[in-house]
Design a protein around this ligand. Structure first.
Ligand code: SAH
Length: 398
């Protein structure tokens, strides 16, 4: 039986919660000692002990939990989880019906009504990610709902919490049939090899689906493409399928070589015609300058933070410098896809980074398009802080 406890929240957070803000902020709790067991259901009350909302206790970054309902008589039980997950499924009907796309996000945390929980769909396999001990302790509801309302091949999970916020190596298989990995999923007709039981990452970041499509359809034809922080080379695959003359993928991780060869191969692309470099992007920029290499299309999608033997990098601080390096090896009239998933700043700030980089490079640009998370990564428009992705596609004018 889940316990319910009363938690008093300060006026500012209460006002936001009434407007629909889903996160219960750590610093907003007036009686933190009441919080004991993660997964407890909490009633948020104001200073006059009046009911405001109900949520659960689960520590995750700056929050201690998520609001689940603003209705006092709504129980947080199996039916609650079923209604949220069924609604999320209904919203993705068009994706389920699309034979060209078999991988997407089915349930996006607070955007679909339950913070701390995401479910991704990979061609009949469901991958559930748990972002706190608290939501994980409610897993029987989620797995019960999946048993009831979807026809899965298999279910996998990722626990994205522990004391250090690090991913714990584990067997991610939960139930159903085990996948024979890699399985091949489709995205707008492109193939991607995916492994749901090989560490924190699956081989593809589903939130960049629209960007991959844009690269393939609009920016790659007859171009010489550089993909930095390339991971498994998904952007390079999109560019090659879009008619790029050549792609160069650069990633520091040794695994990226085999993974990128695999992604090219499952799309019938001869990887030997492509360049795959296992090296530090910052070293590559220097190498490219020395050899006077220039590219028509450069993709920049770094992790929010990275530490290699030689460099530490944080997008919040170093994006302008990184972009400046990219500008230096982009052809005149070439295109740069500048992307970041750092949630600590918004689009406005990101655009000032772009401005700064071009100023410092003594160069000019024009923005061709900008975008954020795709539709299946549902977020509340009133609270852009949860829409972490920022992508600006721009052209270097001189
Ligand atoms: N853009 C990729 C995802 C990037 S994930 C995509 O859309 O699929 C971040 C990647 O950056 C990881 O694969 C990591 O190995 C790589 N990385 C981190 N620091 C790096 C550095 N200094 N040089 C090159 N690669 C780096």
């Amino acid at each position: 039986m889940t316990k319910t406890i009363d938690v008093q929240v300060n006026a500012k957070n209460i006002a936001d919660i009434k407007k629909g803000y889903p996160l219960i902020l750590k610093e907003a709790i007036i009686n933190p000692d009441a919080l004991r067991e993660e997964g407890s259901i909490i009633r948020l009350i104001d200073r006059n002990r009046k009911f405001v909302a109900k949520g659960y206790y689960g520590n995750q970054n700056k929050g201690i939990g998520w609001v689940l309902t603003r209705k006092e008589d709504e129980e947080i039980d199996f039916d609650f989880f079923e209604s949220k997950i069924a609604a999320a499924l209904a919203r993705r009907e068009a994706l389920f019906a699309d034979p060209e796309t078999t991988a997407f996000r089915l349930f996006n945390g607070e955007g679909d009504g339950i913070g701390g929980l995401t479910i991704d769909y990979f061609d009949g396999f469901y991958m559930v990610s748990w972002y706190s001990e608290g939501i994980y302790s409610l897993k029987h509801h989620v797995y019960g709902v999946l048993d009831k309302i979807v026809d899965y091949k298999g279910v996998y999970e990722k626990k994205r919490f522990d004391t250090k916020g690090q991913y714990i190596e584990q067997d991610d298989f939960v139930k159903g049939e085990q996948g024979e990995f890699p399985i091949i999923v489709k995205e707008n007709g492109m193939n991607f090899a995916v492994n749901l039981n090989d560490g924190a990452m699956t081989g593809i970041f589903l939130d960049q689906r629209d960007v991959r499509k844009a690269i393939r359809d609009n920016y790659a034809k007859a171009k010489n493409v550089l993909n930095t922080f390339s991971y498994t080379g998904a952007f390079s695959v999109a560019a090659a399928l879009g008619g790029a003359v050549k792609t160069t993928s650069v990633d520091l991780a040794k695994r990226s070589l085999a993974k990128t060869i695999e992604q090219f191969s499952v799309n019938g692309i001869d990887y030997e015609q492509q360049d795959i470099k296992v090296m530090d992007v910052f070293d590559y920029f220097r190498y490219a300058k020395r050899h006077e290499l220039k590219f028509d299309l450069v993709v920049l999608d770094p992790p929010s933070f990275a530490r290699s033997k030689k460099y530490t990098f944080s997008t919040a601080k170093d994006y302008p410098a990184l972009l400046k390096d990219a500008i230096a090896i982009t052809e005149k009239n070439g295109v740069i896809v500048a992307s970041t998933n750092n949630s600590s700043f918004g689009m406005k700030k990101f655009k000032t980074f772009i401005e700064q980089a071009f100023n410092e490079a003594g160069s000019k640009y024009k923005i061709l398009e900008e975008s954020s998370l795709p539709k299946d990564f549902r977020t509340n428009r009133d609270f852009p802080e949860f829409n972490y992705l920022k992508v600006v596609i721009l052209q270097k004018l001189k």
